[in-house]
Write a protein that binds this ligand. Structure first.
Ligand code: WT7
Length: 664
């Protein structure tokens, strides 16, 4: 631990940050600019002039077994195809080529367990383990095109599993460790997974969850699932079902050492990742091989300005989300970078653990979510101030708009005012970063993701006619195909077209966010326009939470909204009506929260539950969420004339007042 650090007075800091709020923009330092890979703004124009050529020149930085003969096939929009005829393998690009170039001894991951365990995994280690496990999968009869679930948390074996799938052409379907076993089952069912890779147990803040046991409780009747592969992670006891369950280490031991990488078509599926949409049924976002890897690798290289020989890069997301797929696994590995991979939470075993690890591994690049930064602001500067953070040279954020105060705190306290901050806007669907500063070029403005990445074209358009708006608020759209775009929703082309390409035609991708463009052409993303809520950077569908609540005993009806929340960005508020004369008790609240945890995951539990005798509905029976949002946030009610029963609102108002009185 470093000594001699002064503890800043948080109140004085607060004043100083308030003063900085009037600074409009922050230029990268001369020092940073001088060493940045991209530092000439002409790159934007260059990429724009021949955007297909730009992407082709980026794709060429990967190793291809067979070159492509067409960069983009746009003959059947919105089903775009990239790098037609090209053949490559993702695991080869992420592992083999670095070993072949003599960099096998380079650390791919400094892995750190929650209890302080440490493992350094080199590129040569990955090369050995991925081949072994790929052979083990083949021995189980897994073939190209088969879907394999992965529910194993933040351990190196998760990465090995993803790479092994890509090596043989199996399609992985990773489920975030915070989802419940029920959710895993649902995702395995939708994708007709042949096998599931999981762990005996997982660590979370000093406790161990019996993961395999929970999986067993729900998985029993899934016909398509032939095998469960269990990683012995924590030594948690579990049953192994004969003929179905196998140990990861045992099948690896029995497998042959060498497994040549399968040449895959550029358009062969690489993975499916389920995310929340407007309905209760999650969407299976499908990404393919050549385009996705091009997008992941290119954005990672330039947005984070990575220098593979010297940087230690750390993305604190979870591999179970798209951020983890692209910026813990495929981006950094394809670029041959050394990363930190941390299993635990930011406040365990103490609130300074992230900063302790920055010091320990001399991290140079740090990428996290605004919600985590807000938590750190709350915990105070005493925690980061205990550690030496001078190794850092670049910071990033992702997941939701960042409020300027948190941005400034990050800039000052973590970045020591020397590190550019890249606020990166993108989605599961886009596969890679779309709107972002280039750290050696762009002057940043706190709260704005700034400009489209070179080659990407975005616009803010009028909701009514789709015409571009030059200044002011509208809908964000992407008006040109890009390599890492989703190709479809798994087994549901129709919904794919309906959700993303119907509103403004088959050449305009509807993002689902509102945004504003300022006088300098900078983009400010405001938030979702659909029924998707962003809780601590976790994407949730209100419909999904509603259906989990309605499934609870004695619940008659539920309506869920997102309310702004100072810690988590948005928080879930649920309006619930109970059956018959059942009263809304603390016990009923507890049951509902437990039900949501079981059906979706703990992170989806409503923060606030308001019991009501009835919900505001239109004459045709549709719940008017707009009114619920107004009433929950204490705003004057909008138009109530379309309500079937206008007295409902007065009753609700009373309910909320008595709830507030109870709290006080
Ligand atoms: C939604 C996508 C891929 C990143 C992790 C979330 C919101 C994401 C930003 C940002 C403002 C952001 C948008 C987007 N979002 N990044 N920098 N500024 N909003 O991926 O779960 O697919 O959610 O997250 O609303 O549509 P996701």
């Amino acid at each position: 631990m470093a000594t001699g650090h002064i503890t800043r007075d948080d109140q004085a800091l607060d004043k100083e940050l308030a003063g900085l709020l009037s600074v409009e923009s922050f230029e990268p330092s001369e020092e940073f600019r001088a060493h940045a890979t991209l530092n000439d703004p002409a790159i934007y124009e260059e990429a724009d002039r021949d955007w297909q050529g730009w992407w082709a020149s980026q794709a060429e930085k990967l190793d291809w077994f067979t070159p492509w003969n067409q960069v983009l096939d746009d003959s059947n929009p919105p089903f775009y195809k990239w790098f037609l005829g090209g053949k490559l393998n993702v695991s080869y690009n992420c592992v083999d080529r670095h070993v072949l170039a003599g960099n096998g001894a380079r650390v791919a991951y400094h892995w750190r367990g929650e209890e302080g365990e440490e493992r350094d995994i080199t590129y040569a280690d990955l090369h050995r383990d991925v081949q072994k496990f790929a052979n083990a999968l083949k021995d189980l009869g897994i073939q190209k095109g088969d879907v394999i679930g992965i529910y194993a948390g933040m351990i190196p074996e998760t990465v090995v599993s993803m790479l092994a799938c890509s090596r043989i052409g199996a399609v992985h379907n990773v489920v975030f460790g915070g989802f419940s076993a029920e959710s895993v089952r649902e995702r395995m069912e939708f994708s007709e997974a042949k096998a599931l890779i999981t762990v005996d147990g997982a660590a979370r803040k000093g406790k161990t969850a019996a993961v395999k046991q929970s999986v067993d409780e729900v998985m029993g009747d899934l016909e398509t699932l032939k095998n469960i592969i269990v990683i012995q992670a924590k030594g948690t006891e579990c049953e192994m079902k004969d003929g179905r369950d196998v140990w990861f280490h045992e099948i690896c031991e029995a497998a042959a050492d060498e497994c040549p990488a399968e040449p895959m078509d550029a358009e062969d599926p690489l993975f499916v990742l389920y995310t929340s949409g407007s309905t209760a049924k999650p969407k299976g976002i499908l990404h393919t091989t050549g385009g996705y890897l091009t997008g992941a690798s290119t954005t990672h290289r330039y947005v984070f300005d990575v220098k593979p020989e010297s940087d230690v890069y750390w993305c604190c997301a979870d591999v179970g989300w798209i951020t983890g797929h692209t910026y813990i696994v495929y981006g950094p590995l394809s670029n041959g970078v050394t990363s930190v991979m941390y299993e635990g939470a930011p406040d365990y075993p103490h609130r300074g653990i992230w900063w302790e690890l920055v010091e320990r591994y001399k991290a140079t690049i740090f990428y996290t979510a605004p919600t985590a930064i807000r938590a750190c602001v709350k915990w105070g500067t005493e925690h980061p101030d205990k550690f030496d953070l001078t190794s850092l040279r670049l910071l990033g954020t992702v997941g939701e708009p960042i409020n300027p105060k948190a941005w400034l705190w990050y800039h000052k306290v973590i970045g020591g005012e020397r590190c550019p901050i890249v606020d990166t806007w993108w989605q599961t669907e886009t596969g890679a970063i779309m709107i972002t500063p280039l750290p050696g070029i762009t002057a940043t403005k706190p709260g704005s993701a700034t400009q489209a990445f070179p080659g990407i074209k975005v616009e803010v358009v009028d909701e009514r006619d789709g015409k571009p708006i030059d200044e002011g608020q509208g809908l964000l759209v992407i008006t040109r195909p890009w390599p890492s775009m989703l190709r479809t929703l798994y087994k549901d082309d129709e919904r794919f077209v309906e959700v993303y390409w119907k509103k403004f035609g088959k050449q305009t991708y509807l993002v689902g966010d509102a945004a504003r463009k300022d006088k300098d052409g900078y983009y400010w993303v405001i938030g979702r326009i659909d029924d998707v809520v962003n809780v601590s950077g976790h994407r949730l569908s209100t419909a999904e939470v509603e259906s989990a609540i309605v499934a609870c005993e004695s619940v008659a009806e539920a309506a869920v909204i997102g309310q702004s929340d100072e810690d988590t960005g948005q928080a879930i508020t649920a309006f619930v009506t109970l059956q018959g004369t059942t009263a809304g008790t603390d016990e009923a609240e507890a049951l509902i929260r437990a039900g949501v945890a079981e059906r979706i995951g703990k992170f989806a539990r409503p923060k606030r539950i308001i019991f009501a005798d009835d919900l505001p509905k239109t004459r045709s029976g549709k719940i008017m969420r707009r009114l619920l949002r107004d009433i929950a946030e204490g705003r004057a009610l909008g138009d109530v004339t379309t309500l079937r029963d206008p007295t409902v609102m007065a009753a609700l108002e009373k309910q909320i007042q008595s709830e507030q009185a109870k709290e006080e």
